[in-house]
Design a protein around this ligand. Sequence first.
Ligand code: NAP
Length: 488
Amino acid sequence: MYGLTDNELLKSASYINGQWLEGKTTFDVSNPANGETILAVNNAGVEETKLAVTAAKNALQDWKLKSANERGQLMRKWFDLMMANQSDLGRILTLEQGKPLAEANGEIAYGAAFVDWFAEEGKRLYGDTIPSPSADKRIVVIKQAIGVVAAITPWNFPNAMIARKAAAAMAAGCTFVVRPASQTPLSALAMAELAERAGIPAGVFNVVVGTNARGMGEVLTTHPDVAKFTFTGSTEVGKSLISQCATTVKKVSMELGGNAPFIVFDDADVDAAIEGALLSKYRNAGQTCVCTNRIFVHESIAEEFTQKFVAAVAGLTMGDGLKEGVHIGPMISAQACNDVDKLVEKSVEEGAVVALGGQRGEQGDNYYLPTILTGVKNSMPIASNEIFGPVSPIITFKDEEEVLAMANDTEFGLAAYFYARDIGTIWRVAEGLEYGMIGINEGIISNAAAPFGGVKQSGNGREGSKYGLDDYVEIKYLCMGGLERKAS
Ligand code: NAP
């Protein structure tokens, strides 16, 4: 089916407590490249979400008490199976999400890398000993799994946004329930199939799929058996989920929206900057949280940069991600295209100039042409909103102080990029940008070894790296007393 080697990876029901839970009603998952239905999936809701939490709660004790090595071995098998099935998983991902196959295969490897990383990192969940102020006491700190973790994830990375969370949670000894976006549940279910094949015990990794986002979200954010809630998605939804979590004082981590500046200083290697901007702007049709949102170019090199950038972007081929030679797939929906189109229209009304694209593609309602706008001001809606589409607004600047002020003039603080060669500029700007991640002469920054996350309204917590386990553990302080020396 759909050119898969293993049709068993295409699942149509939630995976709860090691069982594929059939439901009474279904919803259609469709291919954004052509609107065709891929599969009808059983529509789980509030009750099934509660079942998943209970399954995770029941599985917690056994999973937590396994040694980090035992958990690591099972996770390593899961990783091996992900990589062995990379091309099928990539195909499923492209079918439901739209990104080109090469990018989808890249996402599978990227997601799997977190499973591999945390399978090892779980073995290094070190505690601490602290010199005590009293001679007859000792202070010891241990780290323990926080408990059941619930997650809600978006459609733009249907595999990796789950893997980044599940791998850290499971390595720390937590059990896990995820509700993936209803537009892209198939990648999540394929991960569950492979978790089962890897021998991950029933109830440790649960996937509940359905269209009632609000109702299912309410269970995951208010259930007393959920200790920790983690979300990747928009800032608007994230804020309301944080407040829902307050009722049971859950530990929360949030990976939210971004508005990444991409700054090109006058001493930059312009060709390298163009390559970086192409990757950080146009992959996934501009629908990533770390996508470049505003390009700031020093006025002395603006003309050269724009000419070369227009030529490079004009060379990108748009189409069905399953087709050979396609660089940009469809956007997730016609609504997403409309939203981008409105932002472009508004910018043009306010004086921006379309240097490339600026309209829908002829391939269908979900396609938006790779676009470049010049003459943009930082005050325009295209600069203050997260575009989440293949549009590059170019803004010129005169000096470092001005560009830093413009770059930081946003409520977001996820990723930022800049290209410069002067060591003084590099340090000052790296320290001055109010963002969680900075690409310096580099447009692709995310990997399992590095801490991914934002500041300001882009969220809190970090995914990946040695810091990634912190979100899934509690610190426990043991005070050992009664150690006074006996008189001899
Ligand atoms: P979204 O509308 O916030 O949806 C994200 C997830 O939340 C989906 O699973 C969605 O379910 C669910 N959801 C929506 N409303 C809900 C509610 N009231 N209660 C509970 N769950 C609810 O975001 P999106 O448009 O899918 O994703 C794009 C956003 O994610 C962008 O802002 C992007 O920057 C951000 N993002 C951030 C990161 C990061 O690491 N910081 C990574 C990727 C994406 P349904 O889809 O079924 O409605």
